[in-house]
Design a protein around this ligand. Sequence first.
Ligand SMILES: [Zn+2]
Ligand SMILES: [Zn+2]
Length: 992
Amino acid sequence: MLLDILDNLPRLRMSSNQFKMILWILKQCNVANVPSYSTFRKMQTHMRALCGSEPKSYTSSVGNQFFVNDIRETIARDFANPEVAKHLQFYPETTTGPISEVWQAARWKEYKPSELTPMYVRGLRQFYIDEVASLENGVFVIPIAWYKIDGVLHANAVDVTPATTGWTIGLDVRTIPAAEFALNYHDILERVGDNIAWAGQRSSISILLSAHNSDHCTVPEMPNPLRQLAEGDDLYVVMVPIWADDVSGNKSKQYNKHINMYLANANLPGQLLQQEYFVRFVSTSPHATSPEQFSAIKEQIEATRTKPIPCYNAETRRQCRVILRVPSLPADNPQQSEEASHMGGNANCGCRRCKAGGPHELTESDEGYHSMHYAGIPRLAAETKKTLEEQIRMAMYGVEAPISRLQTATGVKDKVAQYWIDILLQKSREIKANNPSRTADSIAAELEAWLLEQPGDKVNPLLDISGLDPNRDTPVEILHTILLGIIKYVWYILHSGWSDAQRDLFVIRLQSTDIDGLTIPPIRSAYMMQYRNGLIGKHFKTLMQTMVFHMHDLVSPELFTLVKAVSALGALLWVHKIDDMTKYGSDLTILIGNVLDAFGDQDPAKILLKIKLHLLPHIVDDAVRFGPPIRNSTEVFECFNAIFRLCSILSNHQAPSRDIALKFASMDRVKHMLSRGFWQVNGDWVCAGPSVRAVLKGMPIIQRHLGWVPPRTIVPGQMRLAAKSKAHLMRWKDTQASSSDNTGFNSVRWRSAISVTAQSGDICRENSWVFARDSEITIGRICELLVPETRSEGIPSGVVTLERFSVLEVLHPDYGMPVLRRPADQCRSTVLATYNHKDVMFRFSVQHDCRLVKCSPTALRRIVQERQETSRTEQLLEHGDDEHFVINMAALHNATLLRRNLPIALTTPRALYLDRKTHHYQVAVGLRTSQDLKRARTQAKRQATLKAKRTGDNVHGSDEGSEPDIESEEEEDEAEAQGVPRQRKRRRVQRK
Ligand SMILES: [Zn+2]
Ligand SMILES: [Zn+2]
């Protein structure tokens, strides 16, 4: 068993040679029962048959062969795994508190109640919607929707009045706690006889629709057909967002393209979904494209609607059935465009979400330019599908030009449809050539009949998943759109405009950033500047939060405004909780508007060219529908790619799709067993013995390798002491605290501590900036942490001494952020204040106001190499005073808490331009002039090239006027920033 674990650690993939060596060593050490390599593999196959799954073979409509780990079995394992099952949420929630989860946002509520989990279990009884039930007080009702209110399950229900003339259904919908439901439909049937006589007409139409939309009310079909579908088991609905992208299967720079699919179980809290443990591998293939793989997945998902997955719920210890739905498609922008049957960011209509854009005459007009700053008329999947069908119909007539025109005009294009369009065009031309007298209509009719007979999807399979609209449900992803998008643009503008001396100064300043309270890795600014064109997400995350403080004397006022705008926006996008959706939406709208306007002031053409800028306004809608934007981040999937790569390198390379799928199935199985997951043996549900289960619980090394983080219990006020040898004991009067608090804790001696845990769970140290609360809220910098040597009556078990600072009423004139100053009176006792160690609320980021104080880079620090101080030194900023500080509102950590505890006047964002329309109109004038000039120049250049080519006897003077491909937008970014690791660049080229 231990060997099995060793062979299945995602982060520690071993080759068969290494593994054979371990077996050999074990044998040499005379360990009992060491299996041979082949016996061991046989044992694994046996285990897989027990509780793992076998990858299923698929052949796509174009003939590609690949393997898929059945997602139904994956979800069934989630239910049978107690570590997962206990966290599953099944009902949408209405909350008065902050919104942090997707089920609290609008997306789940867009489904009809019958498409969500339609029942609730109390004791042994299942209460389905659209079935009559009775409450504890004897009243009859029909629940029409289950949902939670602040965590407590309720039903929307209508009253039912029994009468001899027939039972009638009321019209008023009221809310009833689920706990009040007593008898279900079957109980009632038993009491009143076989049949309930209804006064109205029987109908299967959902009562919800009739109750809301008309005054006459039809009776729903009883029992609920879903109850029969579940065959007596509980019935749940699980949301599975599916992620797709192309990933290299190599670690080296040689690109080895695979299209991968992973999924997440969105019924789990977002915090958990950021752990690799909860990412599920679905399929990979070096050949099959994402629509082909989606087609296989669609088949599995749609099948659950008529044949729900039988599962064992480890939490309720009951059998259940599960229906799957796809609420969203997380991915990077080019992939999402592809999933939405859209041409991609470089098309005339470059937005997959809306119809914004068009020919330059339109987008460069006053109104056109203005409208590019907002989300336009939304695209709808049904419409997209119609356009594709129209393209296919046109292809039957054998003329290509109108199809391309339609594609350019609408931005709708699709790999699957294009496959058929190309075939149809060719066939149509062939028929015409063989038989010139045939009319176009008769050829089209023949081809239409032919197409109908062809198996497989004719258009993007995602357009056909019920309840999913790929145009709407491809939420803007912040890793690619913000960090690798706008922050990268800004970074490029900055460093490319600087001289070497300016770059050096920036490096010194950035290195001097106080990173306490930022939860970022230590900054290596020289490295970042050296590889300024090859930075990755984490670097941009650091820059976003810190660079605004280092810009003075280095940039123009317009550029500084831009840096400020993107920093302010970032802080709002990475929040885990949204306190007030309305305010959040309006704040976000202002900040996004500022970013766009600042970009427009910098270079108006960017607004038209950079689709990532246009996508920003769509984030507001996404937040309402999916909750905090960070929930749509694909970072964890990108991390999961590392595991995939390890599997790929060690795969047999003969059947990579099957081999890798098998390995993931095997890892999932071990994960399942270690987590006390259940599997079926002869009809009984069993799980691993206690010694196996203890492995996960008790061994952090195994947890880490499985990507699982056990829930951390926060103990506010917990103090960590220095090693006994280092800490010396002090008398109270020798402590700094004694100067503010003379009540005297003299009876004991005190020892200083290294850190204290805040109420938020932050670990705060000396010099950390914190909010603390006893009778009122105070802001300060920790200057001392004390723990008494012995516990005694009247003495707190820990003391935190703060250097108090107060927040000025006006914002910083340059940064627009709150300013911290020492209290006006210079009396030391008001500056220092002691707090009970449990009073520390949370830590936050503060930066010295180097701009105002004009700190200079005169400090020197010895460089540490190989853990030893060297004789080499690096320059750092020497802060001019210890008085002037700015609260870093660009910080991501605790952004919500910070805003909650500062006066609202200091945190409400302000619009850069109050009258944006007028401003855009003005900018558009300049834009037209510059764009005309640019076009003239390109034209001249092109003609010159043509001429040169002609004279050089080269007749291949083809014009690259074909429409841009999906990838070009990324490619263009890449080209501009010239900065991506070569690997990515190659990837794009290969894609084409
Ligand atoms: Zn749009
Ligand atoms: Zn300074």
